[in-house]
Design a protein around this ligand. Structure first.
Ligand code: SF4
Ligand code: MSK
Length: 625
């Protein structure tokens, strides 16, 4: 019997998404929502983490009838191993992105490219000094070489602790030391996780969970942090600027190019190429009014933060952007890019171009971006897009109307600058209860949820309670579309938050970047803890990822918890098959690390849960409500 299909209105809260879902249905296109229906019900063993494929004596599935795998591993061990590998996958993604950033800075420092340069010298010198690299009287490029060496060392086994642990409050470092989870090298922790989870190694679920925490810390305090800091050095530290969001940013009369993925190394060059007068003239020759560039997902966030490039949509909008029939080309780097985009592109005239050897897609055209040829390749890609403009079938074009304005670009440098270079105004506002706490909402969409229902409602509930919200990743688009990223949104905030944001001229929800930019949140939390002379876990802070889907989101959640930040998730990872692992995640880690995970799918109840935690933390600090 054919399954009953979910009504389109229940798939997303957005009009632009619904309009395109109707069009997709008319055009005979399957999207992630349709494929989810084909994939459900899911295998309950996999869902609860109780299946293992780590060797060929298996695969094994744990049940009441068969409580041990062939090797004798029990459900707790298998669940912990699976979770450890899952989180490590996310850490590898962020951190390999970070490594690409170091290689980019290395090429600049050694004069191996003319296409890239250092945009924020002051930041480079500031970070070098912070890491005790001499800067006095030295050429910037010489300092950059040393900084690259320092960062490369963070990936290996030659150091005992990561460089940016200099930012971590002493109390937190002591907790890690006592538990034996001080993060050493990024690659080392990830490789050790793969080793530990091989058959016959770490067969103690709690021990594996501790190494999972250690691996995630290497991501948060090195891989992701390095990616963020170098991106600022190479492309400029974000500062407030206006931009727009919605599928309406796609323009009917122009050549439309979308950038998708995570690393700004490719997309920054595409920005330059679309502004090349020669290429604009070529587009006009082909009958277009110009060349229009918009972003998707986190590459979109990177470009929006630094260049004000508009955002077409978040994770679940990526397929729907193609359904407009007006996108000539999508150029991608890596992560969160659905392989289905090639097939959907083929149903229209949309070309998909890949740029990284580590992320090729069958059916897409590969234009390899390297440091020495970034600009030439970007021009080539833009030319390819222009050539496709003539292939567009106007009868199949339908672009949702209207865009929503937002303000982006709230790096820590900007926040500190707005407060006169000190955290005192923020501390005073927290002490006075005007800002009762802060929550970083991060991450994705997942077709298991009505798109962005939880992301938006949780944010709205929190600001009502005078809790400042910081957003990164795909939640940004959701909150932007809901009108929460503009100063006028203070009308939706509680009286205290409204007063503070009004005096600073900022929105009650601040966009801090892409998923790797959660490192900015870690740094801010550490600065605040140091200012107050407490541990991060003492602060009235929380993290949340209501509609998460990815290994990277699990890595972010885990490093937040391991850093002392209580973290809410809309649904649990695949760990529910083990009581030990589940209890550790939901309670036990609180005793060990001063923070744990909380699970709640309802955004209104989640806001209460987070509020309760903030209340407790305020009370423990002797702060009133
Ligand atoms: Fe089965 Fe053990 Fe092999 Fe996993 S490692 S597949 S539980 S035998
Ligand atoms: S892109 S990890 S869907 S935030 Fe960073 Fe969005 Fe989540 Fe990917």
């Amino acid at each position: 019997m054919a399954k009953e299909r979910k009504p389109i209105e229940e798939k997303s809260i957005w009009d632009d998404a619904r309009q395109m879902l109707h069009k997709a249905e008319r055009d005979g296109i399957d999207t992630a929502w349709d494929r989810l229906e084909h994939q459900t019900p899911h295998c309950t063993s996999c869902e609860s983490g109780l299946s293992c494929r780590n060797c060929t004596m298996g695969p094994c599935r744990i049940s009441k009838k068969a409580p041990l795998g062939v090797c004798g591993a029990d459900g707790d061990v298998i669940v912990a191993r699976n979770f450890g590998r899952f989180v490590s996958g996310g850490c590898a993604g962020h951190s390999d992105h970070g490594r690409d950033c170091i290689e980019a800075l290395h090429a600049v420092a050694h004069g191996l490219t003319e296409d890239y340069s250092i945009k924020d010298e002051a930041k480079l010198l500031r970070i070098a000094s912070e890491l005790k690299i001499s800067t006095e009287g030295r050429l910037v490029l010489e300092v950059a070489k040393d900084l690259c060496n320092e960062f490369f060392a963070n990936y290996g086994s030659t150091i005992d602790e990561l460089s940016f642990l200099c930012r971590v409050p002493e109390k937190r470092k002591q907790i890690w030391k006592n538990l034996g989870i001080t993060p050493r090298g990024v690659d080392r922790e990830i490789a050790e996780m793969m080793h530990r989870t091989h058959m016959g190694c770490d067969n103690d679920a709690a021990n594996t969970m501790l190494h999972t925490a250690r691996t995630s810390l290497a991501d948060g305090w090195a891989g992701s942090m390095i990616a963020t800091e170098i991106s600022d050095i190479l492309f400029g530290t974000p500062s407030p600027r206006k931009s727009a969001v919605n599928l309406g940013v796609i323009k009917k009369d122009q050549v439309n190019i979308l950038v998708h993925g995570h690393n700004p190394i490719v997309s920054e060059k595409i920005v330059e190429a679309v502004n090349d007068p020669e290429l604009i003239a070529l587009a006009k020759e082909k009958g277009a009014a110009g060349i229009n560039l918009a972003g998707l997902c986190c590459t979109g966030n990177e470009l929006m933060m630094r260049q004000g490039i508009p955002m077409a949509g978040n994770h679940l909008m990526t397929e729907l952007a193609i359904v407009t029939g007006a996108v000539e080309l999508i150029v991608v780097d890596y992560q969160c890019i659905m392989p289905s985009m090639v097939t959907i592109g083929n149903c229209y005239h949309t070309k998909m171009v890949t740029t990284a050897d580590k992320a090729k897609f069958t059916g897409a055209e590969h234009v390899k971006f390297e440091m020495h040829n970034g600009m030439a390749q970007a021009r080539k890609v833009v030319r390819m897009a222009i050539e496709r403009f003539g292939l567009r079938n106007d009868k199949r074009v339908e672009i949702p109307e209207g865009t929503i304005e937002l303000v982006t670009g709230f790096s820590n440098e900007v926040l500190l600058g707005a407060m006169g270079g000190t955290l005192t105004p923020l501390v005073d506002a927290i002490k006075a209860g005007k800002i009762r706490g802060a929550v970083a909402i991060v991450g994705c969409n997942n077709p298991k949820y009505q798109q962005d229902y939880c992301n938006v409602n949780l944010t709205k509930e929190l600001i009502k309670k005078d809790i400042l919200v910081l957003v990164t990743g795909c939640v940004t688009t959701a909150t932007g579309k809901a009108g929460l990223l503009v100063p006028e949104a203070i009308e939706m905030a509680g009286p205290g938050l409204k007063e503070i944001c009004a005096s600073l001229g900022i929105p009650p929800v601040l966009h801090m970047g892409s998923c790797v930019d959660n490192a900015r949140v870690l740094q801010l939390a550490a600065l605040l803890a140091n200012e107050l002379g407490v541990d991060i876990s003492d602060l009235p802070l929380a993290g949340s990822s209501p509609e998460w889907y990815s290994e990277k989101a699990a890595a972010i959640g885990t490093y937040c918890v391991a850093s002392g930040i209580y973290t809410h998730l809309g649904h649990p990872p695949n760990i529910t098959g083990s009581e030990i692992v589940t209890n550790l995640a939901l309670e036990g880690l609180d005793n060990l690390l001063g923070a744990c995970f909380g699970i709640e799918p309802d955004p209104f109840k989640a806001a209460e849960l987070i509020d309760q935690r903030i209340r407790q933390k305020r009370k423990a600090l002797g702060l009133g409500e």
